[in-house]
Design a protein around this ligand. Structure first.
Ligand code: GLN
Length: 287
């Protein structure tokens, strides 16, 4: 029989060499098993765990030891102050992507009405956040993964914006052909797969082994989806419509070049993330 304190100590020892935040991960996973918050662990450090709780905790710590991201263990990730359900098969929302949301909000009047398209919605983090922060938003969220569409819908409902988003299963713009949105899109957003194929193996094991490759792999140079999205965008965007794309390391100038080849974009802005990396490209289309 072990106490909360002993369980945490053992988990910490197990994870210490393997993960970058062993104490935090040990605590968060125990919170998940006991269904309590972190303060509870501090106040109840001498509480005895049941046999079932101990077994469940050891099992999950072992999964974490193997590299399974803590978010797939707890099943959740916070993004823009909102909670998102995540599971294996759907990319975990990243803090970097909050920059994309902030940029879009910065470039529009949040009191207006907007038709928004989100390509590659994944867990729905971008779409749900925009629906939450823009009163008059209506969003078309597209993903080629059925699992992502189901999870996005669930996250939209959990955050109270289910009626403001259509989740469409399909490749890039293809599902929009059945809608009346062609030429009427005010804002096009995407965080597409952008990792060059051969770099994927070099990412942290959490990402390379456990996150969906389909959400990461951007082809040989990582830019395949920018070419396709920027190529398709003029047909769907309104005059002066906003495009905002998350980009990977060292890709910003190349993405701006691709924009220049496909249409006339004005007022192109580059926004850096907290690490100083150029992370978001936004601009308005002139037809
Ligand atoms: N931001 C993710 C990573 O660095 C990549 C997500 C993507 O390809 N859009 O792991």
């Amino acid at each position: 029989m072990i106490t909360v304190h002993q369980a945490l100590q053992q988990a910490l020892e197990r994870l210490r060499e393997k993960v970058s935040t062993p104490l935090l991960d040990s605590q968060v996973i125990l919170c998940c098993v006991l269904n309590v918050d972190r303060l509870y662990l501090i106040i109840n450090k001498d509480k005895i765990l049941t046999k079932e709780e101990t077994e469940e905790y050891n099992k999950l710590i072992e999964k974490r030891f193997q590299g399974l991201p803590v978010q797939y263990i707890t099943g959740s990730q916070e993004f823009m102050g909102l909670m998102f359900h995540v599971e294996e098969g759907v990319l975990i929302p990243r803090p970097d992507t909050e920059i994309l949301i902030e940029k879009v909000l910065d470039r529009i009047d949040v009191n207006n009405r907007y038709n928004i398209v989100d390509i590659g919605t994944g867990s729905g983090a971008i779409s749900v956040s925009l629906a939450k922060f823009i009163e008059g938003a209506y969003i078309y969220s597209i993903d080629i993964s059925r699992k992502a569409i189901d999870m996005g819908r669930k996250n939209a409902e959990n955050n109270g914006v289910g009626s403001k988003i259509s989740f469409l299963n399909g490749d890039l713009f293809e599902p929009l052909e059945k809608t009346d949105i062609i030429g009427k899109v005010d804002i096009l957003v995407s965080n597409p797969p952008y990792i060059p194929t051969e770099d994927i193996e070099d990412l942290q094991i959490e990402v390379s082994r456990y996150e969906p490759r389909i959400a990461l792999d951007g082809g040989v140079d990582g830019l395949d989806f920018y070419r396709k999205i920027i190529d398709g965008a003029p047909k769907y965007l309104k005059e002066d419509g906003l495009i905002a794309l998350e980009v990977g390391y060292n890709q910003s100038r190349k993405v701006i070049d691709i924009m220049g080849e496909k249409a006339k974009y004005i007022d192109i802005q580059i926004t850096k993330d907290l690490a100083g990396i150029e992370r978001v490209i936004s601009g308005r289309i002139k037809k």
